[in-house]
Ligand binder design. Sequence first.
Ligand SMILES: [Zn+2]
Length: 125
Amino acid sequence: MGEKGVERPATPYLLSTLVMVGLMMVIALFFITLAAKTESERNIIWAMLGFAAVLIVMMQMLEVVKARRAALEERKSISIVIECQECGEKLVRDFQRGDYVGKEEKCKKCGGKAMVTLIYSEKIR
Ligand SMILES: [Zn+2]
């Protein structure tokens, strides 16, 4: 089955929804056989159950949307620090392809030799 290392955050939510709806069905059946004496009483209970089931599914879907949004917000940005060897100027800018520690850059302040001294990531919030 799905044994690849691909993350699928929606699966546990859908599973828990099914479990909750299933549990409600069992509880409702229990109450129907216990409490409902007439056909109309049974219908009211089933209607309430259906409404509750729809509510739970909607709430779970909201959770999935929230989880997706949170995962997107957890994205990290990578920055690098460039230090000038001549004037000591420190510059922080976004990481670009091909950047590495020790890479030579031109100092924006004095035009001298500068070097990438640090590459780090931080969360975007
Ligand atoms: Zn400089």
